[in-house]
Design a protein around this ligand. Structure first.
Ligand SMILES: Cc1cc2nc3c(=O)[nH]c(=O)nc-3n(C[C@H](O)[C@H](O)[C@H](O)COP(=O)(O)OP(=O)(O)OC[C@H]3O[C@@H](n4cnc5c(N)ncnc54)[C@H](O)[C@@H]3O)c2cc1C
Length: 412
């Protein structure tokens, strides 16, 4: 399939922006990605990449490169507050691959970003502009006019088929171009830290993920063996003034009960004060697009990370939007169809993330009912309960054209 001479501008070289660039380049589009940072962002921490996202990345030809940076945990041990043994171990590993046709892995966000970046660099039809100082977009009947202030102070103006904001939770495309809402503070913050491989060796298994549930907070821990690290994230409720104060807390401030949980305690002792701090903001907007301007990833739908699906949704967005942008007669109709296909799914994922937030952070005695449900569902309960999530595949959708089979090398 030819690119139809279509040029698409994308703001943001994050997971959403680079996945979309790759998906579009496979269809032969000319893609210009504008990123305000001077290079691909090394920020972030571990990400769980579930089969619904991994399947798409594999189809983009990234399977081998991802295997080099990813780890496949055998399961997820869940410990309610104070439990000596896991309440259950949710099976991952081969069970996920057999059931959903793609693996459930963990990797560092920076490694995923590098894999995407290297793949983008192999396409002559993807132009990545870093250090961009600003941009303006004007939508008109047959596309957009874009002006970009480049890193060297020069300005480039162009007409394009569409402009897509993949510029993250505080997206300028959403607030300034589409006049959409600001992000909202979710009432929770995340602390993240990468510990040395051996820091938790006596406490937690090295072949799987551990989840600790506490009253108003939880922790997720998994190994990143290629980096010789253990990724730790703690999520807790925090009042807005504390979350956005000039001096945010240096380490998780957890309200201890009279009976401290030894695992949480040991985790905090092992980690010290070197945590990264993230107030978690969310985006709820009805406007995923207007005319030839659209949104993908966190810019469109940042959500709380309790189902670990933010990046996965960004990757799904790209898989759905790219073929529509390349085959619909105009960008406005492509973006309208994209929004129609995405909204129900995003709503479903947002709901499950929010209900997990309630369940993970329950206090006694409500934990009793929660724990008995989890016990009853057993180690494979999540496969059935979340089949709609992990089994999702945009490709069989008869409404979507299939990507042509091309390798990126063919475009170098
Ligand atoms: C604690 C925590 C844990 C998480 N765990 C998971 C997980 O396990 N699995 C999962 O799938 N998701 C997870 N997520 C969510 C995931 O990190 C995000 O959803 C995902 O990274 C969003 O990618 P994005 O490309 O949309 O945005 P971003 O990664 O924010 O990228 C946006 C890009 O746009 C650039 N940009 C911004 N403004 C401009 C501008 N004006 N001009 C040009 N460029 C601009 C930025 O520099 C950046 O490079 C987690 C989130 C948190 C907070």
């Amino acid at each position: 399939m030819s690119g139809n001479g279509r040029t698409i501008y994308i703001a943001g070289a994050g997971i959403a922006g680079m996945t979309l660039a790759l998906a579009l380049a496979k269809f032969g589009a000319t893609v210009v990605v504008i990123e305000r940072q001077p290079h691909v962002q090394e920020v972030g921490a571990g990400l769980q990449i579930s089969p619904n996202a991994r399947r798409i990345l594999n189809r983009l030809g990234l399977d081998k490169a991802l295997n080099e940076v990813a780890f496949e945990p055998s399961g997820i041990d869940i410990y309610p507050y104070g439990a000596k043994r896991p309440l259950t171990t949710l099976e991952l590993g081969p069970v996920m691959r057999e059931r959903f046709g793609a693996s459930y892995t963990v990797m560092h966000r920076a490694d995923l970003a590098q894999v995407l970046y290297r793949a983008c660099k192999r396409f002559a039809n993807i132009d990545l502009l870093f250090g961009v100082r600003g941009y303006d977009v004007v939508s008109h009947a047959r596309g957009v006019s874009v002006t970009v202030d480049e890193s060297d102070g020069k300005s480039r103006s162009a007409r394009a088929f569409a402009f897509i904001g993949a510029d993250g939770v505080h997206s300028r495309t959403r607030t300034d171009v589409l006049m959409g809402k600001d992000a909202q503070y979710s009432g929770t913050v995340a602390w993240r830290i990468a510990l040395g491989k051996s820091a938790l060796a006596n406490m937690l298994p090295a072949d799987r993920t551990t989840m600790l549930w506490g009253p108003g907070y939880h922790a997720v821990v998994y190994p990143l063996p290629q980096r010789r690290q253990t990724n730790v994230v703690m999520v807790a409720k925090l009042k807005e003034d504390a979350a956005f104060s000039a001096k945010p807390p240096k380490r998780p401030t957890l309200p201890w009960s009279m009976f401290p949980d030894p695992r949480f305690k040991a985790l905090l002792e092992a980690a010290g004060d070197d945590w990264g701090f993230w107030p978690i903001n969310t985006v709820e907007t009805d406007t995923l697009s207007e005319g030839s301007v659209g949104l993908v990833g966190d810019a469109a739908h940042a959500m709380v990370p309790f189902q670990a699906q933010g990046a996965a949704m960004a990757i799904e967005d790209a898989a759905i939007l790219a073929p529509l942008l390349m085959t619909e007669p105009d960008a406005a109709s492509a973006l309208t169809r994209y929004a129609g296909l995405r909204k129900p799914r995003l709503e479903q994922v947002r709901k499950v993330s929010l209900s997990n937030a309630l369940a993970f952070h329950l206090e006694w005695p409500f934990t009793i009912a929660r724990d008995s449900v989890v016990r009853m569902q057993g180690p494979q309960g999540h496969l059935k309960r979340l089949a709609w999530l992990y089994g999702y595949d945009p490709a069989p959708d008869p409404d979507l054209p299939a990507a042509p089979q091309r390798s990126s090398q063919g475009h170098s």
